[in-house]
Structure formats: structure tokens, C-alpha cells
Design a protein around this ligand. Structure first.
Ligand SMILES: [Zn+2]
Length: 302
């Protein structure tokens, strides 16, 4: 299953965006503005700029800025750069951040080259990370998971991707400004969220369980167990599973069709089709979305 972000609503006019690019160019007294410079001085996110004008180059063009020179902080023609150099730069960013893996947002912020340049060259961001000897994501810390949990909660209530302006009370427990502090922009937060939920968490089981656990931030028991009984999945579906199952089921109850988007009193639960107590595992195939009414009615009968 692949998830894609939907377009964020137009919030700023083209001329506002162009005006801001020009302002930054004159501020730094240059005839061109790199992504990083814009990130530093711009009033909008460079992703907004890129999205509106379809590329950074086009945005510069629209602002009558020089788009021909290199090197860039962005995604101009970087096709000639050797892979070694791309890898080196990724490793440099990881080292600088003291992390075993880096997100695209982090690389965009600190790296020299364009994400698209790197992704194209290696056939994807994850493959690039593999080539650079970096961990393939999934090393989110607990506070990031808390941010994601809240996104899931709002997403579930709306039945769709939350918009910038919706990330405030009472709908959202965390305010949009917290996301901007943490992820740079709302777009990056959403991208990190999608990155996070895009891998099945039950795919990597069961052989690498121990290994998997040890890569987590909190290692609960350091001592290895001697004899391992058949390992069962967790009874409670995790964040990834809940999002993936609800998204698959359209954020509505599979029995009665109720959804929080249509009925504010509706609460969605994740139900085991074969109950966990009867040996049903917590894997996507055995999970489905039910409203609390249908779910409680069902478990009472068992
Ligand atoms: Zn129902």
C-alpha cells in the first residue's frame, strides 16, 4: 500500500510568493537564492514555493532571478555529480545531526543537493540511504510518535488528510506551531508521518524481532530470553497498523458505515476479525475498522 499526500490548499497568492523570493534575494544581495537560503530567510516554506511553481527553478524564473548558475542548494541540473559525492554529503548530514538515519526534510535543510537528484540517482530515498550506509528510517523517537499519534487522531476525525489551519484545538491536541518547530513545516510533518506509516510494521517479523526491538529507543529488557516460546504479535495494534487499516477501510465502520466525519459521536476502533484471545494475530489482514457501537456489541456476544 502506498500513501500519497493530497494537495495542501492554496494559502498564498503567486505574487506574495514571488515577492518574498525577491525580498530574500535583495536581503542577501544575490541574484539567486538557494533552497537553504530561502529556508533561512523566507517567509514561506520553500516547499510551498516549489509546489506552486512546480520546481525551484521555475519559482526563481517567476521572480526573475538567476537560475542558471551552479552550484545549488537545490535541484537544478545536478546530474553530473558523482554518486560518491552525493553519498558523502548524506553521511555528512547524518554525522552533523548525530543520527543513524536522516529524513528527506532533514536532508533538505542541511544537505547540499536536491532530494530528487539523489532519489533519482539511486532509485529512491531509501535506496540512497542504503548506499550511504544509513539506517532505513523507522528510528523515530517517542516524541515524534506522539506528534504522529495526534496527526492520526485528527486524520481519523476528519476522514482525510488534515489541513494546516485545522491543526488547533479542539480538533488537534498539538498546535500547528509545535509541528513547525519540530518538523520545519506542516508539509514536512505530513511527509514524515507518511514516511512513518508507509512501511508495514508486521512485515519484518517474526525472525528479526530481537533485532527490531533493539533498534528502538526504549529497550525494555536488555537480557536476552533463553528459550523463546512462539512469539505472538502484540494484542494492541500500533500506530502504523491503525492508520493503515483505517485508511484501507475509508475511516468508517465496516459494519454500519458510521464515521466521525459524518457523526461527531462516532468513535472508531480497530477490531480483530479472529479475536486475539482465539489466536488471531494483530496483522493488517486480521484487523478491520469498526465503530465503538458495533465493536462493543460484537465483543459482548463472544
Ligand atoms: Zn458500526
Amino acid at each position: 500500500m502506498k500513501f500519497e499526500l493530497t494537495e495542501l490548499g492554496k494559502q498564498f497568492s503567486d505574487s506574495e510568493l514571488i515577492g518574498d523570493l525577491k525580498r530574500v534575494a535583495s536581503l542577501i544581495n544575490k541574484s539567486l537564492v538557494t533552497l537553504r537560503e530561502y529556508q533561512q530567510y523566507g517567509n514561506y516554506s520553500y516547499q510551498t514555493q516549489k509546489k506552486r511553481f512546480s520546481s525551484w527553478k521555475k519559482a526563481l524564473e517567476a521572480a526573475n532571478l538567476d537560475k542558471s548558475k551552479r552550484p545549488w542548494g537545490g535541484d537544478l541540473s545536478e546530474t553530473g555529480i558523482p554518486e560518491k559525492q552525493l553519498i558523502k554529503d548524506m553521511q555528512k548530514v547524518a554525522k552533523k545531526l548525530d543520527k543513524k538515519t536522516i529524513t528527506t526534510a532533514e536532508y533538505e535543510m542541511h544537505g547540499k543537493f536536491g532530494i530528487s537528484t539523489i532519489s533519482k540517482r539511486f532509485g529512491g530515498w531509501n535506496k540512497a540511504k542504503m548506499s550511504a550506509g544509513l539506517k532505513i528510517g523507522r528510528l523515530y523517537n517517542s516524541s515524534e510518535e506522539d506528534y504522529f499519534e495526534n496527526i492520526l487522531c485528527v486524520w481519523q476525525t476528519l476522514g482525510r488528510q488534515p489541513k494546516y489551519r485545522e491543526m488547533e484545538a479542539p480538533l488537534s491536541r498539538l498546535h500547528i506551531s509545535s509541528y513547525e518547530r519540530k518538523f520545519g513545516t506542516w508539509r514536512s510533518a505530513l511527509e514524515s508521518f507518511i514516511d512513518y506509516v508507509s512501511t508495514r510494521s508486521d512485515e519484518v517479523q517474526p525472525k528479526s524481532d530481537v533485532e527490531k526491538e533493539s533498534t528502538r529507543d526504549t529497550v525494555i529488557s536488555a537480557a536476552p530470553k533463553k528459550k523463546k516460546p512462539r512469539k505472538r504479535t502484540n494484542r494492541i495494534a500500533n500506530l502504523r497498523q491503525r492508520f493503515r487499516v483505517m485508511k484501507r477501510d475509508g475511516f468508517k465502520c465496516l459494519l454500519c458505515g458510521a464515521s466521525p466525519a459524518k457523526n461527531p459521536n462516532c468513535e472508531l476502533h480497530i477490531d480483530h476479525i479472529v479475536p486475539w484471545s482465539h489466536g488471531g494475530e494483530t496483522i493488517e489482514e486480521n484487523l478491520r475498522t469498526l465503530c465503538s457501537n458495533c465493536n462493543l456489541g460484537r465483543s459482548n456476544k463472544e
